[in-house]
Each structure stands twice: as C-alpha cells, then as structure tokens.
Design a protein around this ligand. Structure first.
Ligand code: FAD
Length: 473
C-alpha cells in the first residue's frame, strides 16, 4: 500500500480510544472518514472505570475549544466543576485563595477522566463510519510489512477480527495483523506503537523520568462538605513535595500526593499504615482529618511515575503519526497534557481543510505542533517548583499581584503567563513561553523598584512594557 494514499482511500486506524483518540475519531467522522478505533480496555460504556490513574483532570480553554469544534460540549458541560483559583493550605490549616485570573470566565474545570472519555466514545459511536474495537491490545507497528499487530484480550481463537476491509492473518491463536497505512497512534505515554517504531529505528525516543512519583487518594464527600471550597483546586505546598485535591461531582475530592521516590521525605519511607498516618499528621493535618480511608487507599492505590517524552520525528511518511501523550507526554503540573492533546486534534482537523494526502498533512502537523509541545513540556516542569515551593513565597505573591495590575493596564501587551496558557488558546504555547520569560524580567525589575510603600512605579512599567513586549497578535 502506498504511503502517498489520498486521505479517504483506506480506512484510518486510530490506536487508543483514550481522550485524544476518541475526540479525534469524532472530529474525523464528522468529515466522513472510515475509522477503526482500537483500545486495549474493555468498552467503558458497559464496564466500570479503571481506577488508579488521574481520576479527575483540569480542563482549560484549549481543551474546551477542541471539544466545541467537535460539537460535544453540551454533553460535557454537566460533568464540569469550575475552579476559580488555588486554595493554598499552610501547615497551620489557614487557607488563602490565589485566583487563577481576574475575569469572570477565567476559571478552569475539574472533570472526571472516565466520564469524559465515555462521552467522547459515545459521540464517536454515533457515527456509522466509526468501528469500535475494545479489548484489542496493539503490540506494535511493522513498517517493513505495513502491518499493525494486535492481541485480543481473553480470546483463545481469532474469531473476532477488527478491520473493516482487511482480513487479518492469525499467527498466534489470539494475535492478528491488520494493514497499517494510515494509522494515528494515540495510545498514550507508554505507546506500544512508539516503542515498536523506536526499536526499528524509525524514530528516536527520549524519556526523562522525574525522581518524584504520585499517588491518588480520596477525600470523602461527607468529610469535605462545608470544609473544602468546591470551586477551587486545593494545594498543600510543603517545599519539595505537595498534596493537591480536585473536586468531583459527587462531593468527594481526588487528592494526589507528589513526593520524591527516595530520600528523607519520600515514598520509600512510607512503608506501612503507621508511617503514612504519621507523615500526614505532621505535614497535612487538616487534609488527614478529611481522609478516613487514608491508610487503606495508600496501600491499595498504585504509585505512578511521571515523565516527559521527547520523540523525533512524530510521523513516518504518510503511514503513521503519533499524537497526544504518545508523541509528547509531559508532567502534569500545568494541567495541560489533555488540553494539549485535544489541541493536537483540532489542529489536525483544521489542516484537513487544505490537504489531500497524509504525508504532507502529517509533516505540517508535526512542524506546527512540535515547538508548542516542547514549550508546554518546559512550562509544566517549571510549574512543579512553583506549586510545591513558591506559592507560599511573599515575592511570588507580590509579583503575581504586579502581573495582574499590568494586565489591567496594558491588556494588549501583558497577560500573565499562566493566563496565556490556560485562558488564551489563540496564543500558541511557544509564544506564551517566549513572552513569559520577557515578562518575568519585567516583573523582577518592577518588584525591585517598588517605592518605600510597596507601590509599583507605573511610569517605569509603561516604559518597559512598551519597549520589550510587542502587541499581542
Ligand atoms: P490517554 O488518555 O492515556 O489514552 C491512551 C489510550 O490508549 C487509553 O485508552 C489506553 O487504554 C489505550 N492504550 C494504551 N496502550 C494501548 C495498546 N497497546 N493498545 C491499545 N490501546 C492502548 N492533563 C490535563 O490537561 N489536565 C490535568 O489536570 C491533568 N492531570 C493529570 C494528572 C496526572 C496524575 C497524570 C498522570 C496526567 C494528568 N494529565 C492532565 C495528563 C493527561 O492525563 C494526558 O495528557 C491525557 O490523558 C493524554 O491523552 P491521550 O489520549 O494522549 O492518552
């Protein structure tokens, strides 16, 4: 099969019906594409959600824009809980709300991963041109033979053979192959497609693992009621580590502990119920009071790893493209992995307006998204330090106030970096990173030159903003 095939000449494989894969299937089905959408999980419309992996997520403007483009926002809106800022909990239990933005609509939304994914899969399933194949684990791609290899979960014979036009050839009882071209791999951070392409030297992958892991825990609904503000992302920064919690629609909160793997304050020291309870009593006493099942959850829930995936290139000719976490997984501290993956989907969809072949489409997609993926990866890493260390710092709070003031005075030139990333999808991530570093210098200079009463020198602000920041396009 030629890799210069026109767009709708063959059915498109999408490997991974997670957040990006399911949204992409909806967007492409709206254009009439024949799609085979595969996932290794059972059908989430008929089975309970898998536990243990970021049960809720922060959805922001970039993600919302893509969901609107796919026409699914009406189904998703009821799942959303607005969060208007970070509620910072200090060691004494005192709380301070740090608003994310300064306009009414500048909020982010907590959304359950499983419910969001289910809505997207239901939306994909409404299109006759989408064939859904669950319990199908992709084992990798073979470019030389132009096939994708799958294993069917729990089967002993190749009775079920996904692939609408192709007759897969069975090798093992439960394994089969299907034509590769064209494939979009959205099989997440551990992508089997990426692993196979890397092993065959078609792409180069670098995975930078953090030396901090995470564990999800539950804050009970009855305990949280009237104690935790539902419309905030709660954070217990402790310098070097932190606990955060996002609200769920049932009144509970999903808490996530981010902590070093080894060392004095680390997962390695939390070996049993006694050490876990003592650690929470010392570091997060107000949260501990809301977690009646802490030690049980801690023992039962997995300890997850965090890292950044750097992949070069993102596509091989017109045969296969990787998208979302499969191409550019990032650490979760800016709450942007899903948002970036959704933005990938809308960018790819918009490129379909002017391409007729996969190879140039994949090439243009990669060229436009790679610098942005690199920028959000860098900002996400920086945000870990901000969340766990600096939010309690007086200088940080002062500079944040100056930034808000500059945005009010010079809205066409100065938008705080966090706001550019979360609320301004028209500003690419790479541009947010570029402007953000100029803005950081401006903020440091204005902070240093405050008058004795702590006021900003407005004349200086006007001068440096005009000189160093071009108007936002
Ligand atoms: P996934 O959602 O991981 O989907 C991959 C799909 O592929 C899954 O359905 C999986 O079953 C399937 N699959 C995997 N392997 C195979 C295989 N071999 N064969 C077939 N199917 C396969 N992002 C945000 O925007 N906001 C947040 O607040 C946020 N918080 C996070 C918190 C944590 C702790 C973590 C770990 C991540 C967080 N993220 C957040 C990032 C977000 O989860 C990811 O960026 C997002 O899920 C990427 O979507 P995806 O579709 O590319 O991958």
């Amino acid at each position: 099969m030629s890799s210069s095939a026109t767009l709708q000449e063959h059915p498109l494989n999408i490997v991974g019906a997670g957040l990006a894969g399911a949204l992409l299937a909806v967007l492409l089905a709206r254009r009439g594409f024949q799609i085979n959408l595969y996932d290794r999980r059972p059908d989430p419309r008929t089975t309970a959600a898998e536990g243990g992996r970021s049960i809720n997520l922060a959805l922001a403007a970039r993600g919302i824009r893509a969901l609107e483009r796919a026409g699914v926002m009406d189904d998703i809106r009821p799942l959303l809980i607005p969060m208007r800022g970070r509620m910072v909990h200090d060691l004494s239990g005192a709380t301070t709300l740090q608003p994310y933005g300064q306009r009414e609509h500048e909020v982010i939304y907590s959304v359950g991963r499983a419910a969001l994914n289910r809505v997207l899969i239901e939306a994909a399933a409404r299109h006759d041109t989408v064939s859904l194949h669950f319990d199908q684990t992709c084992l990798g791609a073979n470019l030389e033979r132009n096939v994708l290899r799958f294993r069917t979960a729990g089967s002993t014979a190749p009775a079920h053979k996904p692939g609408t036009t192709n007759s897969p050839s069975a090798t093992h009882l439960d394994e089969y192959e299907t034509p590769l071209t064209p494939t979009i791999a959205t099989d997440g951070a551990g992508s089997a497609v990426r692993v196979s392409l890397t092993a065959a030297n078609h792409v180069v992958t670098r995975e930078d693992w953090l030396d901090h892991d995470y564990k999800e825990l539950t804050i009970a609904a009855h305990a949280a009621r009237n104690v935790l503000d539902t419309n905030a992302l709660h954070i217990w920064p402790r310098g070097g580590f932190m606990l955060i919690a996002l609200p769920n629609t049932d009144g509970s909160f999903t808490a996530t502990l981010f902590l070093a793997r080894t060392g004095p304050n680390s997962f390695a020291t939390l070996t049993d119920a006694t050490t876990v309870a003592a650690f929470f009593q010392r570091e997060f006493p107000d949260a501990l009071a809301l977690m009646p099942n802490l030690t049980r959850d801690f023992a039962a829930n997995p300890q997850g790893q965090l890292g950044t995936v750097h992949l070069t290139p993102w596509h091989v000719g017109g045969s296969v493209l990787l998208l979302g976490d499969a191409a550019h997984a990032i650490v979760p501290f800016h709450g942007q992995g899903m948002n970036a993956a959704f933005e990938d989907c809308s960018v790819l969809d918009s490129l379909l307006d002017r391409h007729t072949r996969w190879e140039p489409l994949f090439a243009e997609f990669s060229a436009s998204r790679r610098p942005n993926a690199a920028a959000i990866a860098a900002m996400a890493l920086e945000n870990y330090t901000e969340m766990r260390d600096t939010v309690l710092d007086a200088g940080f709070v002062r500079r944040k106030a100056i930034a808000m003031d500059l945005e009010r005075r010079f809205p066409d030139r100065f938008i705080p970096r966090y706001s550019m990333v979360m609320f301004h999808p028209e500003i690419p991530y790479a541009e947010a990173l570029r402007r953000g570093s100029i803005q950081a210098e401006i903020l440091a200079e204005l902070d240093k030159n405050r008058d004795p009463r702590g006021n900003t020198d407005i004349a200086l602000a006007q001068q440096v903003v005009a000189a160093r920041l071009d108007p936002i396009q």
